[in-house]
Write a new protein. Structure first.
Length: 463
């Protein structure tokens, strides 16, 4: 275990294993959620389930041995919805062509990482935005936890999406539309339902264990809450433990590059323009989701140096980029670093050994897929809520008496949960940081990279 430098990082094998278990249990839902979403694009559920496990294991293993950080990877939520509903169902691509686009974006990331461009972007982020990222992710995680618990109910996708250039309804027409189809995007859950009750009990358990500084308290709370779930009937013990139907045959190497340039229904110019927009959208969302998660998790773990930079950032980004390309070959949407890694960090994970445990558990999930779903969302939701609270501490570093810092930091923080996107929050922070500096003629405080990023983000929102 000298490879992971446990003593240097003031941790032990037991702590790292518990942290790995904690991270895995908080993100194991992706094993079943990802195939259910991609199935809407016409993909085989069982094949995507297996691809999800293998891609997550490969990406997390690389993070463990190459970057040696306790960060886990898996097909990203939001990115899988973008793949199924926007790329395939809205833009008319087949899922095979969609996988080809994901592969291209992965290769693009490998090039950007190898040349140092991705690291340069991270280093160019303003301090106020960097400090706001962990807090924004904390609110985002809390919202996910509350939704998973059933304490609030959200429709899939963003609560509010950033829309520029869209058709605007007159007030009367908008009211009429709402009356005809009342929106139920965000509402309080039934506090008398079994899942909500179990989640609330779990929140009490995790709060008590954490207050008492019980080692592995987050993991123990998940296990205890799962047991409580048995009493309320929401923890289901599977009847069938067979692996029948699990195969990658229908998705492995099914990428369709030629079909991306088909001109049957559109001109070549339209085909190329649409393709570029989709690739850029995929790339920018994944880039800033990953950067935001890495910085946020690293800040919580104390990995950032005195300048707020993450050592071995290039290795972390390379692991992410390769995992995306490999995931596309296997048959799943973009693989990215998971914000649920914060649960493992909060449980004491400090090295790649934590990630190695997660990788092994994802591989075992292929053989124990029926058991992996035993832990109900109500049992892991309290862990996400607690971690969200812990991540808010970073916002104390922002000087809210300085408007130049306050507005970009505030927008970065609040737009992550409100738009259900880490990338949107970072985009708003960068855009307003640049605008404020431009208005105040402080041109020397704007790195060239930020000009480029602000322009790309504005273009993305408009398109």
């Amino acid at each position: 275990m000298d490879y992971f430098k446990l003593r240097e990082n003031n941790t032990t094998v037991r702590t790292e294993v518990v942290a790995g278990l904690t991270t895995f249990f908080t993100m194991a839902y992706i094993i079943f959620v990802n195939p259910s979403i991609l199935a809407k694009a016409g993909m085989d559920y069982n094949a995507v389930l297996m691809a999800t496990c293998v891609a997550a294991a490969i990406g997390t293993f690389m993070m463990a041995v190459v970057a040696r950080y306790p960060f886990a990877q898996a097909p990203g939520m939001g990115l899988n919805a973008f793949f199924a509903f926007t790329v395939v169902l809205q833009n008319g691509y087949t899922w095979q062509q969609g996988l080809a686009i994901v592969f291209i974006s992965g290769i693009l990331f490998i090039v950007l990482t190898a040349t140092g461009a991705r690291s340069a972007i991270v280093k160019a982020l303003p301090a106020a935005v960097r400090y706001a990222i962990p807090a924004g992710i904390g609110l985002f995680i809390t919202l996910i936890g509350l939704n998973n618990a059933g304490i609030v109910h959200m429709n899939q996708g963003p609560i509010i999406d950033i829309v520029l250039g869209a058709e605007t309804l007159e007030a009367g027409a908008l009211i009429e539309q709402i009356q005809q189809a009342p929106p139920q995007i965000l509402e309080m859950g039934n506090l008398g339902s079994p899942s909500v009750l179990v989640a609330c009990i779990g929140l009490i358990i995790i709060g008590m264990l954490y207050a008492l500084r019980v080692p592995g308290g987050i993991l123990f709370s998940i296990i205890l809450t799962t047991i409580v779930g048995l009493l309320f009937g929401i923890t289901q013990i599977p009847d069938d433990l067979s692996l029948a139907g699990l195969s990658l045959e229908s998705t492995w190497l099914k990428l369709d590059f030629v079909g991306l340039l088909s001109t049957e229904t559109r001109s070549m110019g339209q085909v190329i323009a649409t393709l570029l927009v989709v690739i850029i959208s995929f790339s920018m969302v994944d880039l800033f989701d990953t950067i935001g998660t890495l910085i946020g998790t690293a800040d919580k773990a104390g990995f950032l140096d005195e300048r707020g930079h993450l050592p071995r950032m290039k290795r972390s980004l390379l692991a992410d980029a390769i995992a995306t390309s490999v995931g596309a070959l296997l048959g799943t949407s973009t693989v990215t670093t998971y914000i649920e890694s914060n649960a493992g960090v909060a449980a004491g994970g400090r090295t790649g050994l934590t990630a190695l445990v997660v990788a092994i558990l994802f591989l075992l999930s292929i053989f124990l897929a029926p058991l992996a779903g035993m832990v109900p969302a109500a049992a892991t939701a309290p862990a996400l809520i607690l971690v969200g609270m812990l991540m808010l501490q970073s916002i104390q570093k922002v000087n809210f008496n300085d408007f130049d810092e306050a507005l970009p930091a505030f927008l970065t923080m609040v737009l992550m949960p409100f738009t259900y996107s880490i990338a949107n929050g970072i985009a708003a922070g960068i855009i307003f940081y640049v605008l404020i500096k431009l208005v105040k003629r402080r041109f020397d405080e704007i790195p060239l990279v930020l000009y480029l990023l602000a322009g790309l983000f504005i273009l993305k929102f408009v398109l």
